[in-house]
Design a protein around this ligand. Structure first.
Ligand code: PHE
Length: 451
């Protein structure tokens, strides 16, 4: 059977943007900004994105399109049979782990959407009250499990439709809705009293605040937000054709993803500062603070509900992309039927997510290397598995396949682009061969010793 391809370049762009935009943009980015002094973090993050995140992104899409294989096959075809098939399989395994814990986190967001509909999280008097509700909801085993299961089920139904009918169609509808909702929140935020304080917090950096840890956090964020290091972009690239212009699509996607993170941060911080709240609120930031902030506004019920709906939609398009490498692996390498592969990935991901979902309730006292189970899985993924996958992608493209050959393949479909911007090729060569692998090794080592 011929390999499925994206129906159009716009379909691919929306699907990849849907993968990139998710909890990392809306929950984690504002949280990291708030914990790391605002604009200085934003500044460092943007630099990491340009010299590491984007080159890894291009490498992964190129690996996929050239080999037209799942990550395991892609690494084997380009790197040979020694170490690289192992690297490919590791990225698939990482995808599977991301699938499971991401669904638990997204389940909370879905749960908050349902609570908002019921009116239980739409009118808080204080931050303590909101925190108590958050703790008691995530501390209820059945609540966490139920929404983890529901979220996974929604994703399964969508992925069942296949690449084009499922992911492409769904992302094409969801992304514009998301962008519309987000822009309305930004407008709402910047028209609040004292909104300028939030804006200056985000955009006037004090460069003396930059620290080593901040750089490492920013780098990890660049991978997670662009869905790198776990085979997703290799798999999405494998559904592209020779006519497609990779650099142009990647630039649009990276800019879109970054603008969405910035918009989310603007919406969060203008609202926070206007309500006189502190920015460093921890990982529960959006759950604990935004409902309170909205409480003080007119139409708070609708605002809170829309907000959690918006975040759930963003998480759905990311989760289905996290599942895709596992499914593509089972179909391409193990010759499974697509529907069986989807079912196995969904049921397996749900099962693996159960200990995460219970790690705030029944398994609260379970510790692995000093971490609660959910935190352990998150650290394992963001600090070890994703940097490993990202490193393998740039290294195999820059050094094993050799940049000369990779560039020839990248130019197919984008001859005009490279002729118009000759510096782009120099920039990519430098980053893929040097800056990206070196910086990733630094992150890797640092996280390993800090963990
Ligand atoms: N990029 C997604 C987000 O921003 C997370 C993700 C990571 C999705 C890896 C798929 C693969 O939330």
């Amino acid at each position: 059977m011929a390999r499925e391809t994206w129906k159009s370049m716009v379909g691919f762009t929306f699907a990849a943007l849907g993968s990139a935009v998710g909890l990392a943009n809306i929950c984690i980015f504002p949280f990291l900004v708030g914990m790391n002094g605002g604009a200085a973090f934003v500044f460092v993050y943007l630099i990491c994105l340009v010299i590491v995140g984007f080159p890894v992104f291009i490498s992964e899409i190129l690996l996929g399109r050239t080999t037209r294989s799942s990550p395991a096959g892609a690494f084997r075809k380009v790197g040979g049979k020694r170490f690289w098939p192992f690297a490919g399989k590791m990225t698939v395994l990482t995808g599977f782990i991301v699938t499971s814990f991401y669904s638990v986190l997204a389940g909370w967001v879905l749960g908050y959407f349902v609570e908002a509909l019921k009116g239980t999280v739409t009118s808080f008097g204080s931050i303590e009250e909101a925190s108590q509700v958050f703790d008691s909801l995530v501390g209820t085993a059945s609540w966490g499990l139920m929404f983890h299961g529901m979220f996974m089920l929604i994703c399964l139904v969508i992925v069942f439709g296949g690449v084009r009918r499922g992911i492409e169609r769904c992302s094409k509808i969801m992304m514009p809705v998301l962008i519309f909702l987000l822009l309305s929140m930004v407008v709402r935020g910047i028209t609040l009293p004292n909104a300028w304080k939030g804006i200056s917090y985000l955009f006037y950096p004090d460069l003396s605040e930059i620290t080593g840890t901040m750089v490492l956090l920013a780098l990890g964020q660049a991978f997670f937000t662009l869905s790198l290091g776990q085979g997703t972009m290799i798999t999405y690239g494998s559904y592209l054709t020779e006519e497609d212009n990779i650099p142009k699509a990647c630039i649009q996607i990276a800019i879109g993803d970054t603008l969405i993170s910035l918009c989310a941060a603007i919406a969060v911080f203008t609202t926070l500062f206007s309500a006189g709240l502190e920015p460093a609120q921890g990982v529960g930031l959006i759950f604990k603070t935004l409902p309170i902030v909205f409480t003080k506004l007119p139409f708070s019920w609708a605002l809170v509900t829309l907000f959690f709906l918006f975040v759930t939609l963003a998480a759905v398009t990311s989760e289905i992309s996290a599942m895709e490498p596992v499914i593509a692996y089972l179909v391409d390498e193990k010759k499974w039927k697509r529907h069986s592969a989807v079912l196995a990935c969904g049921i397996g991901g749900f099962a693996l997510g159960i200990p995460c979902a219970l790690s705030f309730s029944i398994l609260k006292d379970w510790y692995l290397f000093g971490y609660g189970f959910m935190d352990f899985v998150q650290v394992l993924v963001q600090a070890i598995l994703l940097p490993f996958g990202a490193f393998c992608a740039v290294f195999v493209v820059g050094w094993v396949w050799k940049w000369r050959n990779a560039e020839r393949s990248l130019t197919v479909g984008s001859e005009f682009f490279f002729r118009s911007y000759p510096w782009f090729s120099l920039y990519l060569r430098w980053c893929i061969k040097y800056s990206a692998p070196i910086l990733i090794i630094l992150v890797f080592i640092n996280k390993l010793f800090r963990a």
